[in-house]
Design a protein around this ligand. Sequence first.
Ligand code: GLU
Length: 459
Amino acid sequence: MKIKTRIAPSPTGLFHIGNARTALFSYLFAKKNHGEFLLRIEDTDIERSKKEYEDDIINGLRWLGIIWDGEIIRQRDRAPKHREYLEKLLAESKAFYCRHTPAELAQEQKNQELEKIPFRHDCQHKYDPEISDGVIRLKNPGGKIVFKDLIRGELIFESELLGDLVLAKDLNTPLYNFAVVIDDAEMEITHVIRGDDHLSNTPKQILTQEALGFNRPEYAHLPLILAADRSKLSKRHGGTSVTEYKNMGYLPQALLNFMALLGWHPATDQEIFSLEELIQEFDLNRVQKAGAVFDKEKLDSINRHYIKQLVPAELAKHIAPHFIAYNLNPEQLIKTAHLFQDRLNRFSEIKDLAGFLFDAPKYQPELLNWKNSSAGETKSNLETALMVLEKLPIDSFNIDTITTELMPVANKIGRGEVLWPLRVALSGLDKSPSPFEIMEVLGKAESVARIKKAIDKIK
Ligand code: GLU
């Protein structure tokens, strides 16, 4: 039997991290078992489905490197198939028309919930062959629905409590719980892996499968992704979609690696995994039942790991969008990127960290003073440093020569006394890379100009 899994996102919003994690686990499981992973866009909700969201999902999967097999399947194109099966169920009297509108049924459900009575969808129009308008519902055969979830173990549902399921608004408008059964069966999906927010749909889908005589796939319901405060992950936690994380400056390989650890535990304490390694190691048996906490610091640390691996030119490409207004040349970008490579958690931080390189530093003259140094001492130390630096030829103004010339002076006068004011003169900040590193990026002319400005600031 060929293993087949799928991701079945609805294009009604940006590609959610939870859906991306489901896609990843479905992909890993399929690939590990030499099977196929399919993409089905569930666009039957005509009002809410949007092309831009579909593009966001497709681009998000591609960006992450979670590549599906074969063509993209669009649920809407399958409407004739859905209709065929609705007609079959009606003809076999396994389904019937009901004049209740979906809104009335929803109201009925609400009332019953308020009165704490299980929702039964009881319908007085039941089994009336004269009626062929209204919604189409499945006759509930009653009894227990038992299935073994690969993550949650055996689960038992009373089908009575589900009432007569609404399958479609009409012959041409199937609802999710019906269309999903037809499509999974026709696509020969062997393992339905999805978020456990769908757990309550599974018994409904099983009832429909049984009415149609379809094979039952295996089910694996993945734990919900929670924010650090154990609430549902939402916008206020920084972002919920793949696109948002991309824009914040996370690398796809880092986000992918991080998502793999949202609920899955490798057998060792290894944390960094390539996609290939994940395929090797992934095991549904090692997926937890309890909610998986989205630990942003872990994501940052994984991202930092991958940023450190980038070659300078690659890194420069990632930071370039943050410096569009500055018209930097490629060499400046590479130097800037290199200067901060080990400090970046994500690319969007670069502007705050490196902005001082391209904007005139702003600071109070007092910041120039090292500990107990007086303004006069600071000024004279800066003048001494300036003299040394001005003597260096412009084309060998690099870390090595600057260090060789400046360090003996700093060692003589005092490292803090010389290097602190120099660093502040160059950066305007109380924390920054060393003055040597900054000067290499700024070049001689700009470095000298900034030091002179600092000297002028001191009264
Ligand atoms: N369209 C559903 C969703 O976006 C698919 C659920 C399933 O995998 O069956 O959540």
